[in-house]
Design a protein around this ligand. Structure first.
Ligand code: PFF
Length: 513
């Protein structure tokens, strides 16, 4: 068998996984989702979902990649050939996410340039929605192509592909800079945020729970999907990253480290954002709720406003958007690695060919978001990919690994690759609790969508159809690609491959003493 890419060191693996997890999800998405779902109550739901779902699923994905020695499609294929499509579906959902994610990176790149002379002026809201986005009134009115955004998108993709040019070797080096750099910058923003006049009011807003929100199923759906998005679970990425780990890497411990680092960063980031919002409310003499712009515009409207009021605003602007860019880059390239690894496994493509193909497709599919209607589409696709895409993937993962491969077998494998051990409670969660709970949450969401008005546009049914159409396209593409023949090695006899992997990975199928 061809030799598989392996992480240069265990630290490289942990940093790369943390880099994939920590991204715009922590600073761009987490604050507005938290705000919209009850502040402190959401934090509680988020913590519960992290512990019962996020971290156990991270273990599952690492173990699946390692056990099957393959990225997502090959890994599911090795459980049973008829599940290969499901692996493509997972990376397909991740791929759709990265097409708009790179769009937000383009906003960051543009704002980095705008920071030099604070181009947003005294009215960042008008600037963002008008000049930067050229936003149309509704999603069906395409509007004009925004050239600076398109250029930013092209730069983002060149940067992403360059970062993974030589696979785990490049990634292992790049992540030192892209993980530790933004952490330091974030610390500056947290300290600055909480020491601003009026910060306390913002933090009160962030941390005070509206407990009644916990009775609303959608709040739990928002929390669990934010956990998946933030941990990069359900994208197929962590399966690919797991397939590159060596035999000595402890799966349980690292899943905990990565999960807690990610959640810690999101919660800490909230202090920076809400501290600054409190400050802005004080200056404007209004309530915090009046300055919080919910939705994907939060970062690009509120922050420039806040930066305007700081000493050395240009410097803070440059640092802030550098931080966002660095946060985003290792998440985006992890997805490219996930898709490229799958293409290399199946078709035996070279690393360069896979990366360039993924990069070009990503760039092309990102172009629609660069039009005036882009932010509407982004909002709809984001909601659908998270509420339905990632959740469907996670339910499928739980059922396939839990019942077809058997959760107990995977648990034994995890335990034989970990110092800390997990017990039967893990099996119960994977086989029963998670699929049932997530299905219930999705059920409520679908019911609400069908019965109640959708979003702000009042175009409920059309958006609903558009969102599902994207999911159906990913599904059909997955079936098609899985029906194409792969290399002989990939297509090889599953039973022999399984035995070979088991021998090489020391899977004794028994508890390690
Ligand atoms: N975990 C990432 C974040 O929180 O920002 C989400 C992500 C998005 C990962 C897009 C990978 C990706 F391609």
């Amino acid at each position: 068998m061809a030799k598989r890419d392996v992480w240069g060191s265990r630290t490289a693996f942990v940093l790369a996984s943390i880099g994939s997890a920590i991204g715009l999800g922590n600073l761009w998405r987490f604050p507005y989702v938290c705000y919209a779902n009850g502040g402190g109550a959401f934090l509680f739901a988020y913590a519960v979902c992290l512990l019962i779902a996020g971290i156990p699923l991270l273990m599952l994905e690492f173990a699946l990649g390692k056990r099957m020695d393959n990225a997502a499609p090959g890994a599911f294929r090795r459980i049973h050939p008829k599940f290969e499509w499901f692996g493509w579906f997972a990376v397909g959902i991740g791929f759709v996410i990265v097409t708009y994610y790179s769009g937000i990176m383009s906003y960051c790149i543009n704002y980095f340039v705008y920071s030099f002379n604070l181009s947003w002026g005294s009215n960042p809201e008008t600037f963002f929605f008008g000049k930067v986005l050229g936003m149309t009134d509704q999603p069906w009115e395409l509007g004009k192509l925004q050239w600076p955004l398109l250029i930013g998108l092209a730069i983002a993709w060149v940067w992403i592909v360059a970062s993974v040019w030589k696979g785990t070797k490049t990634v292992g080096k790049v992540v030192w800079f892209t993980v530790l750099g933004p952490w330091l910058l974030l610390l500056i923003f947290v300290i600055r945020g909480v020491t601003l006049d009026g910060a306390a009011e913002g933090l009160r807003y962030y941390l005070t729970p509206e407990w009644s929100k916990l009775l609303i199923p959608q709040v739990w759906l928002a929390a669990i999907t934010q956990v998946f998005f933030s941990l990069t679970v359900g994208f197929g990425v962590m399966i690919a990253y797991g397939s590159f780990i060596d035999d000595k890497t402890c799966i349980v411990k690292n899943a905990w480290i990565i999960g807690l680092a990610d959640a810690g960063t999101a919660i800490l980031g909230g202090f920076a954002v809400f501290g600054a919002l409190g400050h802005k409310a004080l200056i404007d003499g209004v309530a915090v709720s009046a300055v919080v712009k919910s939705g994907p515009g939060l970062t690009f409207v509120t922050y420039p406003e806040i930066i305007n009021g700081l000493p050395f605003p240009q410097l803070f602007g440059l640092l802030f958007f550098t931080m966002l860019g660095l946060l985003a880059i290792d998440s985006a390239f992890s997805l490219v690695e996930g898709v490229s690894a799958a293409l290399k496994d199946k078709f035996g493509w070279s690393h360069k060919r896979s990366n360039i193909t993924v990069g070009l497709f990503g760039l092309a599919l990102g172009i629609p978001y660069m039009f005036g209607a882009g932010i509407h589409m982004l909002d709809i696709v984001d909601r659908f990919m998270n509420f339905f895409g990632l959740t469907i993937v996670v339910i499928g993962e739980c059922l396939i690994v839990g019942w077809v491969f058997k959760a107990s077998g995977m648990r034994r494998f995890i335990n034989s690759h970990s110092e800390g051990k997990i017990g039967i409670w893990w099996d119960i969660r994977i086989q029963l609790i998670l699929p049932a709970l997530i299905l219930l949450m999705i059920g409520f969401e679908v019911y609400e969508r069908i019965m109640g008005p959708y979003g702000d546009f009042g175009l409920r049914s059309q958006e609903f159809i558009f969102g599902w159409l994207v999911i159906i396209i990913v599904f059909v593409a997955s079936i098609l690609i899985s029906s194409v023949k792969g290399t002989p090695e990939y297509e090889g006899r599953i039973s022999e491959i399984r035995k070979d992997i088991a021998d090489r990975s020391g899977d004794t199928r028994g508890e390690k003493s």
